[in-house]
Design a protein around this ligand. Structure first.
Ligand code: HEM
Length: 514
């Protein structure tokens, strides 16, 4: 008797799921030595999974405190994540990619092969461009960014004012400053006029939603169905195709200019085209690469800026202190003539640097960071072992609230790092390792806003410069306050992800004189 084909498919599906469950069971057994947050039984651990979805920050905080600087694990729908602190965090930061891999973690957590495209994992040439080319070009990028900042403040903020004197305009900060950052960043990624094109900016902004939502959907399906679900999802979303429509004319023009030996634009698009190895040079591949670089650059920078703006608006005393420092180091001429700016002058604003670092300490991107997947059984320096296939990460919020790392850790002190830096300078000299450690862009085992170790964010120098310039312009040109005076709008948390309030407004008032 012939069995119906549906039965074969059913048997295949059941056996792949059983195989998966068996692997999960073995991994669960291998991790049983590591203390768990909440009950560790298969069914009872789901209580903590639910708690994690609603309030990941407190789950990670509880694990961090109970483990006393050791490893701990938190349950997820798909198994357990192992979280590091102290010396284990140092192991995580320094482990080679062949043992603890960021790309493999991205492939699992973000389903990057389907949401972002396989190319970005198969060849990471964009990292070389960010670390080497972009960082050297910052002094010239700065001038373009300053010009775009002036345009965007005129276009997106000043238009909200009528002519009445002393007027306060309500600005929905998250929404407006995400558009700001998309324009300013893309001024040095693709130049004018594309950086001001609304559709182009929106594609880049919504790509983050595409990745986050897509990974949640695709993760619900068994591995063998993921390519199909991924293809359907990309077709429906359409963003990866739409970006090519905007970039094709620019890329083809630059290809023609290069062939003719002509002078080409000096921007991210050109640098990526020059660095792309064979097999990654098509218009589609370059467009996708730039879309992915934007994915990593835009929301991170916009959220960091907005968090800082909310702190500033709730604590007006800082506005005066920072204004004095900005005037002293940058003057005011650059507001109308960006050409007079230089990077060194901005770097002299130590109070601004410290203020931003403190904002990043207390209000970062979330409670879970530095995700890595173990490709082999990984041994920590104290001998603890996690099996291959485990997701391991750090808990930045809990680390940043650790009183043994930061005095009065729960308190906001905008000049905390400024005071430490002045002290380090006096004791060990300017540019000493101790002084450098206090800077916004210096990661450490206790400061994780930009990740750490071999994968420390390569865009942090650009982000720092961009945010400082935006804030400097804002502080010189406007007074700001929160809707409820002195009260910072509460952050929005979903699972381990933190964003500044999406609905809160900041009140802006134009200053009569600088
Ligand atoms: C304030 C803004 C930013 C914050 C807070 C931030 C934060 C981070 C964090 C936490 C990581 C993970 C590091 C790790 O796992 O160890 C990361 C990685 C990364 N960031 Fe940023 N980032 C920012 C801006 C940018 C910008 C502007 C760019 C690009 C121009 C960028 C490009 C990247 C890339 C490519 C990676 C992956 C590095 C790798 O694979 O080795 N980021 N960033």
């Amino acid at each position: 008797m012939d069995l119906p084909w549906q039965l074969y498919v059913f048997a295949f599906l059941v056996s792949t799921q059983l195989f998966k469950l068996r692997r999960q069971y073995e991994r669960r057994k291998a991790l049983s030595e590591i203390p768990a947050v909440g009950p560790s039984g298969v069914l009872r651990s789901y209580k903590t999974v639910w708690r994690y979805i609603r309030d990941a920050r407190s789950v990670l905080q509880e694990g961090y405190q109970k483990s006393n600087g050791g490893l701990f694990r938190v349950p997820q729908i798909s198994g357990w994540f192992v979280i590091t602190a102290g010396r284990h965090l140092e192991d995580l930061r320094t482990a080679p990619d062949s043992q603890l891999s960021l790309d493999a973690a991205g492939a699992e957590l973000l389903q990057s092969d389907y949401t972002m495209g396989k190319d970005i994992r198969l060849d990471t040439y964009h990292l070389g461009v960010l670390r080497n080319v972009m960082t050297k070009k910052l002094p010239t990028m700065l001038l373009d960014m300053a010009d775009e900042i002036r345009f965007s403040f005129n276009d997106l903020i000043d238009r909200k004012f009528t002519d009445s004197p002393n007027e306060w305009a309500h600005i929905r900060a998250s929404e407006v400053f995400t558009i700001f950052v998309a324009r300013i960043t893309n001024r040095s990624f693709v130049g004018l006029p594309l950086c001001r094109n609304d559709d182009y900016c929106n594609i880049n902004i919504y790509f983050a939603h595409h990745v986050m939502f897509g990974s949640a959907v695709i993760n619900c399906f068994p591995n063998f169905l993921k390519p199909l679900v991924g293809a359907v999802y990309n077709k429906i979303s359409g963003l990866r195709t739409r970006i090519v429509v905007h970039l094709r004319p620019l890329i083809e023009q630059r290809q023609r200019e290069k062939a003719a030996g002509e002078q080409r634009s000096d921007d991210m698009l050109t640098w990526l085209m020059d660095a792309a190895p064979p097999g990654h040079q098509s218009v589609e591949a370059i467009s996708e690469r730039l879309l992915n670089v934007n994915f990593m650059a835009l929301h991170t920078t916009a959220m960091t800026f907005t968090h800082a703006l909310f702190h500033l608006a709730a604590r007006p005393e800082y506005i005066g202190w920072l204004r004095d420092e900005i005037k002293e180091n940058l003057g005011t001429e650059w507001i109308d003539s960006p050409n007079v700016l230089d990077k060194e002058k901005i770097e002299k604003c130590w109070k601004l640097d410290s203020f931003l670092k403190e904002c990043g300490r207390l209000n970062g991107l979330g409670a879970f960071s530095l995700p890595r997947k173990s490709l082999v059984p990984f041994r920590f320096s104290d001998g603890s072992i996690i099996p291959a296939g485990t997701i391991v990460a750090a808990a930045p919020t809990a680390t940043h609230l650790d009183n043994t790392l930061f005095e009065n850790a729960a308190e906001f002190d905008g000049f905390r790092f400024y005071k430490q830096r002045r002290e380090a300078e006096a004791r060990y000299g300017a540019a000493s390792a101790e002084e450098v450690k206090c800077r916004l862009t210096s990661p450490s085992a206790g400061y994780l806003a930009f990740g750490g170790g071999r994968h420390t964010c390569p865009g942090r120098f650009l982000a720092s410069l961009e945010i400082k310039l935006m804030l400097a312009y804002l502080i010189l040109q406007y007074d700001v306050r929160t809707e409820e005076e002195g009260v910072r709008p509460p952050d929005f948390w979903f699972g381990p992800v933190c964003t500044p309030s999406q609905s809160a407004a900041v009140l802006f008032r134009r200053r009569a004189k600088l």
